[in-house]
Unconditional design. Structure first.
Length: 145
């Protein structure tokens, strides 16, 4: 089974930013800000998750879904640009999922990730066929509390 690591390095109201590494390739990620693991408004807890390739009705395609996320379901890795706190007026393309991209960038006056579709296709290429294991951790010295 392929192993991947997502290291979160910045918690802001614009999103939780990190780097996902798999087979020597690095991707930028953005997730919702930490809001106590609350559904649809928070990133998920640190941990190790099995990711299964499943059909997504919402996205009308197959995507990797993290399994056994505490108090959550349908946590996917998908395309998008932003994952800011909507209550604070920021844009978001996430309801608790991981958005993958190439680089963290300022996009239309909000920090996010770019080249998401290309990055998602590359991730699928690197980990297919089958499931992969994803470990999500905070960079040493970085905390969401």
């Amino acid at each position: 089974m392929v192993n991947a690591t997502l290291t979160r390095n910045e918690y802001t109201d614009w999103g939780t930013f990190g780097v996902l590494k798999v087979k020597g390739v690095a991707f930028a990620t953005v997730e919702l800000p930490w809001r106590g693991n609350k559904k649809k408004i928070s990133c998920i807890p640190e941990g190790t998750y099995i990711c299964k390739f499943t059909d997504s009705k919402k996205f009308k395609r197959s995507l990797y879904e993290l399994q056994e996320v505490p108090d959550r379901s349908e946590v996917k890795i998908h395309m998008g640009n932003w994952a800011g706190d909507k209550k604070m007026g920021y844009r978001t393309d996430s309801e608790g999922c991981i958005i993958i991209g190439s680089l963290k960038r300022l996009i239309d006056e909000q920090w996010g990730v770019n080249l998401s579709n290309v990055s998602l296709a590359k991730l699928h290429e690197l980990v297919s066929p089958g499931d992969f294991q994803l470990t999500i951790q905070n960079k040493q010295g970085v905390s969401h509390d």
